[in-house]
Design a protein around this ligand. Structure first.
Ligand SMILES: N[C@@H](CCC(=O)N[C@@H](CS)C(=O)NCC(=O)O)C(=O)O
Length: 204
């Protein structure tokens, strides 16, 4: 059976859990990282030299980097659903995953560390304001896409939504001013209706 190594409170582990939930793929999970530690042991580093979570083990095939894990699981077990059969749709979905890493992660990461992890006073106010402003600009780009399609790569949920779903959950939790983005809000409401999203993202 698929093994997922990583604590369920990690946003990157949650992507993989949500992906499995959407596909209906059974898995075992081992609490590693955070308060559980064990991610810097020689055994773990032999699997994932970054010492970060998640890592997956699918019948001996070891993979790390959450978006790659989601791509792999969706392509192998969710083809035609989370991983669209049409190469252009699959590429669009994959593009939004890269965009999450390259563009969304920066401002959301700063706000997460400031508001949900460390004491907020550790962060200069100007840095927080800049991250909130940049976050609003970034989500505006996705809002424009969601004005055209209900999910990021078209009519159905794909790996692109999986990569971004955790970041949007956090965005709406931060005590900051947000630009009113109606399509983004409607997409988030659609995600919240999904049992696997509730279980692995919103319920954590
Ligand atoms: N780019 C990596 C980042 C992985 C990462 O930063 N994981 C964090 C948790 S979200 C981690 O392992 N932190 C150390 C820990 O949990 O002890 C991915 O997407 O998998």
């Amino acid at each position: 059976m698929l093994k997922i190594l990583g604590r369920k409170s990690s946003s990157n582990v949650q992507k993989v859990l949500w992906c499995c939930g959407e596909i209906g793929l059974p898995f075992e999970r081992d609490d590693i990282g955070g308060e559980f530690g064990r991610n810097k042991t020689p055994e773990y580093l032999a699997l994932n030299p970054n010492g970060l979570v998640p890592t997956i083990n699918d019948d001996g095939f070891i993979l790390w980097e959450s978006n790659s894990c989601v791509r792999y699981l969706a392509a192998k077990y969710g083809k035609g659903k989370l991983w669209p059969a049409d190469p252009q749709l699959a590429a669009s979905a994959s593009r939004w995953m890269d965009w999450q890493l390259s563009t969304v992660n920066g401002p959301i990461g700063t706000l997460f560390r400031a508001y949900l992890k460390k004491p907020k006073d550790d962060f200069p106010a100007a840095e927080l304001e800049a991250a909130a402003r940049r976050g609003g600009e970034v989500w505006k780009m996705l809002d424009a896409q969601l004005a055209k399609t209900p999910f990021v790569a078209g009519t159905d949920l794909t790996v692109g939504d999986i990569a971004l779903g955790n970041a949007i959950y956090r965005w709406f939790k931060f005590p900051i001013e947000r630009p009113p983005l109606q399509h983004l809000q409607a997409w988030y409401a659609r995600l919240c209706q999904r049992p696997a999203y509730q279980q692995h993202i919103a319920g954590q």
